[in-house]
Design a protein around this ligand. Structure first.
Ligand code: ATP
Length: 348
């Protein structure tokens, strides 16, 4: 049981600001994902919670208690990293048991706890093996079991899936989700992978250059991005963003005209997601030549060149056409997002 409060946390090295005024309460049992591109300050934020990095300013509270001055070992947090950090000379059983020994947990309880943790990550049959005799996915599960066995108040996970191949990443991700549901331990999870963030998180914190851009549920962040950075970081393909001019509720840009938007007159950025637009027979809001056609299996992704901008739309899986053919698609105001073109902040 643990609530984590981060009160106006700053991290600076000299004049460089690594984390800028991070202010958030992470609820008890919440699965919070810190998401953003390389260097945005996710790992530093997590390391400050762990006690591996000092905050330059601000208070870090775990269950109402200020922990800034507590050593990592006294914070009751367990960490899982992308490099598994296993002891090569110890077998799986002893690796999982290791934190119990270090913490001087009653030896009479070790066997039961190790077996329970290893069963949770389906390693029961591998307890006698050394790390070198395991696959990457199995090693990562040992690292997870070693965190679980401690029964900590908080899990901190830093890109735990990034060394796994694509298929293992999906299955281990599902396992982490399932474990978090079972264990109900407050978790802070760092990733630069938006799909991992969307699938695992109760709430996502999107960061850029040390600053929080938006905090919300995956649905809120996907459906109402706070700015163009979040809009283009979340979703695959990224949200289509078009530059143009608003006048009397009508947006006009290269090969595009959309009426009925509520945004002030002047320069604007208007966005929509590829799956929200539909192909029109004629007279859609965008008419432009096809630039690429990608068969996805369940759909066909068309990208058109609208003046200087590429815009994608998801078409039916049986849609066929040639590169260069003109297509038109419907982009009603209702599916559009409007942003201030200079600040990038959401307008409507
Ligand atoms: P990645 O996904 O690449 O791990 P990240 O979002 O986790 O990135 P951080 O590791 O938190 O990023 O780093 C944030 C910024 O702080 C980066 O620009 C990094 O270069 C800088 N930084 C990290 N540690 C130090 C340090 N000890 N001294 C100076 N700058 C640092």
């Amino acid at each position: 049981m643990a609530e984590i409060q981060l009160r106006n946390i700053n991290k600076r090295w000299g004049t460089f600001v690594g984390v800028d005024n991070f202010d958030l309460t992470i609820g008890n049992e919440e699965f919070l994902v810190l998401l953003g591109p390389s260097g945005c300050g996710k790992t530093t934020t997590m390391r400050m919670i762990a006690g591996l990095e000092d905050a330059t300013e601000g208070d870090i509270m775990i269950d109402g208690k200020r922990v800034n001055d507590l050593d990592p070992k006294d914070r009751d947090v367990a960490m899982v990293f992308q490099s598994y950090g296993l002891y090569p000379h110890l077998n799986v059983y002893e690796n999982i048991r290791f934190p119990l020994k270090v913490r001087k947990v009653d030896p009479a309880t070790h066997d039961e706890r190790v077996r329970r943790a290893s069963a949770m990550v389906e390693l029961d049959d591998f307890l006698h093996r050394k790390p070198a005799e395991l696959s990457g996915g199995q090693r990562q599960r040992v690292a997870l079991a070693r965190a679980i066995v401690r029964e900590p108040n908080v899990f901190l996970m830093d890109e735990p899936l990034s060394n796994l191949d694509a298929k293992l990443r999906v299955s281990t991700r599902a396992q982490i989700k399932n474990l978090s549901h079972e264990l109900k331990v407050t978790t802070v999870y760092v990733t630069h992978d938006q799909i991992e963030a969307m699938t695992l998180a109760d709430r996502v914190v999107v960061m850029k250059q040390g600053k929080v851009q938006q905090v919300g549920t995956p649905t809120e962040i996907y459906d109402r991005p706070a700015n163009t950075f979040v809009a283009s970081f979340i979703g695959s393909p990224a949200m289509n963003l078009m530059e143009g001019t608003m006048s009397g509720g009508t947006f006009t840009g290269d090969n595009v005209s959309i009426s009925g938007l509520s945004a002030p007159d002047g320069a604007a950025t208007v966005g929509f997601r590829a799956e929200d637009a539909t192909l029109a027979e004629t007279d859609g809001q965008i008419t432009a030549p096809i630039y690429t056609i990608e068969l996805l299996g369940d759909a066909t992704m068309l990208t058109v060149r609208a003046g200087g901008q590429l815009v994608s739309v998801k078409a039916h899986k049986e849609f066929r056409a040639e590169i260069g053919d003109m297509v038109s698609f419907a982009v009603p105001a209702g599916i559009c997002h409007a942003f201030d073109s200079s600040s990038g902040e959401r307008l409507a």
